[in-house]
Design a protein around this ligand. Structure first.
Ligand code: NAD
Length: 339
């Protein structure tokens, strides 16, 4: 079996999750992760058995802290078949030349522009478009969330127009900076970037998005209104959403009334870091009248893109077809698989 050598550049919120997820697959291995300074996260990386690579000018910092490093970021690029770039937004673009020079494939994240990679990725919607590519970009958490439900509904019923309001978490739980503490902050530049980002994968979709930043850290929530090309019943829409990959349908009568209970559910499921990889849709919050469809969905910003990164590696390294990759990734991460 081909085992793909994966390097993770940036071991933060997304990078450490992608590293764990890659490590759980049989057809890929983590050959190293990068850090820019010694920290509790560099200790965690080493404790998990991941070799540390650092920017050349930072080696003295690690030497001083007596933290062993295996080499520089350039060295990691030379050894890897593919780099998953999980550096902060707009930092990835600074590394593109290094990846090109080393001839290594690279996956960027949603904080970079679509144009940096030229191809954007979502497992459900366009797995094949990254097949064999040198560069691709896994779209952001919110865009991934929208594609997981809107793409299957569009394929089944046809979407004439999509109107989405995103209530966004102010900061990640591990952050002690940023975000409104006791306020709601509208994104006044309309449409927000989320609609155009969905169009990087579904260019035909007529979508408008608005967003409000809220003083919560645990999840985003979307209200989605779809004008469909045909009339559908609520039951027909529920059926499509229920059968969509990496979408979990819950009912508020089961006690899941908010994002708080979703996080509790993820913890009870024994997920790594209590992550909820699936997009969660409330069944009793799905409503259709004529050709208008309304629903709510919750997005765990720290983890929904993680299985997509694993699938993107398989597509770019031409390991297997979309269904098989989704199946393998889901089994390894404990996500229910729907054919
Ligand atoms: P983060 O700040 O948590 O982690 C970034 C990591 O990169 C940190 O470990 C940091 O030390 C490291 N880093 C910083 N500068 C670097 C450099 N020059 N070279 C190498 N490493 C460097 O960021 P994150 O939240 O994990 O975001 C990473 C990417 O994922 C961004 O593009 C972001 O938009 C995207 N994303 C984030 C979320 C989220 O909710 N956090 C969700 C989906 C996508």
């Amino acid at each position: 079996m081909t085992v793909v050598k994966v390097g993770i550049n940036g071991f933060g919120t997304i990078g450490k999750r992608v590293a764990t997820a890659v490590d759980a697959q049989e057809d890929m291995e983590v050959i190293g992760v990068t850090k820019t300074r010694p920290s509790f996260e560099s200790e965690i990386a080493r404790a998990k058995g991941f070799d540390l690579y650092v920017p050349g000018d930072r080696i003295p910092l690690f030497d001083e802290a007596e933290v062993p490093v295996k080499g520089t970021v350039e060295d990691l690029c030379e050894k890897a078949d593919i780099i998953v770039d999980c550096t902060p937004g707009n930092v990835g673009q600074m590394y593109k030349d290094m990846y090109s020079k080393a001839g290594v494939k690279a996956i960027f994240q949603g904080g970079e522009d679509h144009s940096l990679a030229g191809t954007s990725f979502n497992s459900t919607a366009n797995y094949q478009e990254s097949w064999g590519a040198q560069f691709s970009r896994v779209v952001s958490c919110n865009t991934t969330g929208l594609l997981r439900t809107v793409f299957p509904l569009d394929r089944q019923f046809g979407v004439e127009k999509a109107y989405v309001t995103l209530v966004r978490r102010g900061a990640d739980p591990g952050d002690s900076k940023g975000g409104p503490i006791n306020a709601l902050e509208p994104s006044v530049k309309l449409p927000t970037h989320h609609g155009p980002d969905v169009q990087s994968i579904m260019p035909w979709l007529n979508i408008n998005t608005m967003a409000i930043k809220a003083s919560t850290t645990i999840m985003h929530m979307h209200t989605v209104t779809l004008e469909l090309k045909n009339e559908v019943t609520t039951e027909e829409a529920i059926e499509v959403i229920r059968n969509s990959p990496r979408v979990r349908v819950v009912n508020s009568s089961s006690g899941i009334k908010s994002t708080a209970e979703i996080m509790e559910l993820a913890s009870d499921l024994g997920r790594d870091r209590s992550d909820m990889y699936e997009i969660v849709v409330w069944e009793d919050g799905i409503k259709s009248t004529g050709n208008m469809l309304y629903y709510y969905q919750a997005v765990h910003q720290e983890s929904d893109v993680v299985p997509e990164n694993v699938d993107c590696i398989r597509s770019m390294c031409k390991l297997c077809e979309a269904d098989e990759s989704t199946r393998l990734t889901n089994i390894a991460l404990g996500i229910p698989y729907k054919r």
